[in-house]
Design a protein around this ligand. Sequence first.
Ligand SMILES: *[C@@H]1O[C@H](CO)[C@@H](O)[C@H](O)[C@H]1NC(C)=O
Ligand SMILES: *[C@@H]1O[C@H](CO)[C@@H](O)[C@H](O)[C@H]1NC(C)=O
Length: 427
Amino acid sequence: MTTARHFIFSGLVVSITLAAAYVEELDERFNEMRKSEPWLVEFYAPWCEYCKTFELIWYDVAAELKSQGSHINVGKMDTTVYADAVTDFKIHGYPSIIFIKGEKYFHFNGPRTKDAIVEFASRVSGPFVRVLSSVRLFQHALSHHQLFFLYVGGRSPLKGQFYKVASEFVIHNYFFAAPPDVLPKAVALQDVPSVAVFKDGSYVVYDEVREGNLSSWVERERFPRYFLMDSFSLYQMGERTKLVAVAVVDEKNPSAESIRYKSLVEKVATEHGEQYSTKFQFGYVDGNDYINGVIMGDLPVPSIIVLNMSIDGYYLPGSTVKTIEELLEFLNSILTGRSELFGGNGFLQRIKRLYYRATSALKTSFASSPFGTCFLISLPLVVIGFVATGICTAERVDDEKADDGPHPVVTRRKRAAVKHSEAKKKD
Ligand SMILES: *[C@@H]1O[C@H](CO)[C@@H](O)[C@H](O)[C@H]1NC(C)=O
Ligand SMILES: *[C@@H]1O[C@H](CO)[C@@H](O)[C@H](O)[C@H]1NC(C)=O
């Protein structure tokens, strides 16, 4: 019904005007207004083309919140007019979506869809920890959230830590607290107080001695063991201490090979999770758009690849992975340092990446890519990147014969690496 309504209305000027009425154009008076009421604000710049595309989604967000009876105000602000906003809210690109409540603010990092933004706004606007006071409320949380953290027990130092961690991670996940008697019998949290994460149809209890502090544990556990990663979740992996092992597949036209790769990665995640999940995050990705941007090459689909997102480095198996043993062997070879690391974030790699992103951002869908953003800080660098990439690498991929072997990416990267080091020697 919502879709149908959306379909009929989108594109009609009249509906846009109506929806736009729910979005307030903010000015310098915002500093006063934010003191008393919660705001969801889109910060934009007039030169940002993506912001114009995004505007319709933003009107939808406002209309949806309105129809839900939400108390959240929706606004937009032109940062070229109110430049202080850029430093006040640590804005790095446009459009920036920020939930603001008094002195506190939360950046939205998910996919730029109406549903994701509305969900984010309702999550961060409520209490950071929601209390599940009855069996019914607990069951509701269980059936509505794929993943959430739960505190069980009364007052304790652990509770204090849990609330503190929740205030930091509420931008990503739900946090609940419950008395022990609302839990089903199947959930045995022996020691109260305790903290557990519910995910993958099961739960894991936090153990301070084994796992270190609560904050780093939540950081490690806040994703399902194995899941469909969009570009935004991949992007977030850069802040993490795990390598990312993914099957890159075509979900629309899955070949037998795609299905096999996915099930191999899922098997390792579920059956060998104990052993590998501290080091690896497992999942699958639909299409190679985003990953091509990381490796700056063309990854065949389907593939299995392991990424070190904090340095934009990656590993590829030496030959086609056919069995679970071969996949485990590949993972082991990475852990023991026997597998070669490609890519990385050396200076030339970074310049090249800016150039690659600047050119490919135009091709990829803006809603699905974190690089479909007008980068505020890196914009001048892109210009430098264009020049520098031309001079420094002058890589002629085109006139190289189609690479032999199954991994053209590797071969090309190796050549690039050689060229870079030669260039350095000459300096
Ligand atoms: C938790 O541990 C991590 C790494 O072990 C550390 O960086 C962080 O500062 C610790 N946080 C707290 C609140 O102690
Ligand atoms: C990623 O690479 C950096 C640099 O080599 C390394 O320090 C870091 O531990 C790697 N990350 C993971 C999760 O292995």
